[in-house]
Design a protein around this ligand. Sequence first.
Ligand SMILES: Cc1cc2nc3c(=O)[nH]c(=O)nc-3n(C[C@H](O)[C@H](O)[C@H](O)COP(=O)(O)O)c2cc1C
Length: 219
Amino acid sequence: MAPAHDDDAALSRHTDYGVERLEERDLASDPVAQFRRWLGEAAERGVYEPNAMVLGTIGADGDPQSRTVLLRGVDERGFVFFTDRSSRKGQALAAHSAATLLFPWYVLHRQVIVTGDIAFASDAESDAYWESRPHGSRVAATASAQSQPVAGRAEFEAQVRAVEERYPEGADVPRPARWGGYRLTPRRVEFWQGRTSRLHDRLVFTRAGESWSVERLQP
Ligand SMILES: Cc1cc2nc3c(=O)[nH]c(=O)nc-3n(C[C@H](O)[C@H](O)[C@H](O)COP(=O)(O)O)c2cc1C
């Protein structure tokens, strides 16, 4: 019988995840080191945009929200991304600093979920990253009041042209006060490795004072 919808086949696929495993003895001693190891492998093994992550926040109204942003820095202090702080996510983070980051590395049968609190990155970090961006990206970020409605594409393009006229190619585009970085300080980091017959590995680091405890969860 023909499928009722073209997407039925996609919705009913069962992929058996391969032979890779994640054992306690393989883990780095802290989750950031383990994350950097997996991020490196994601890049080496051809994951498209390996630093793309789904940022989950809690709106001021209590509703959950999510969207993709790019990880631009990670070290023992936490996970850094850049955005418009007056955007929907910025307003959510002003109301609730708790957030999650989800790295969906499906082709590797891997997922990492980081939970923690988010605070502004320093002005020096925001300036340094802003300076590294191409002129066009700076113009776009300046012209766009991210997450605000606009009457149409033409109206938005007119806003961009106005910024381009003010700051032509070669001119310095100053960082808008509303644009900058955020850093999530992790308190829980879950590493998920898909395994055959749905017997997946899930290892969770939870902050315990200055160190980390590790627990295995049932898949
Ligand atoms: C692959 C990808 C990468 C993105 N990276 C960023 C980013 O680093 N910063 C950002 O502000 N938006 C980024 N976006 C756009 C966001 O997903 C989102 O549309 C925007 O930040 C507005 O979200 P908000 O209205 O929830 O605040 C990215 C989108 C995609 C699909």
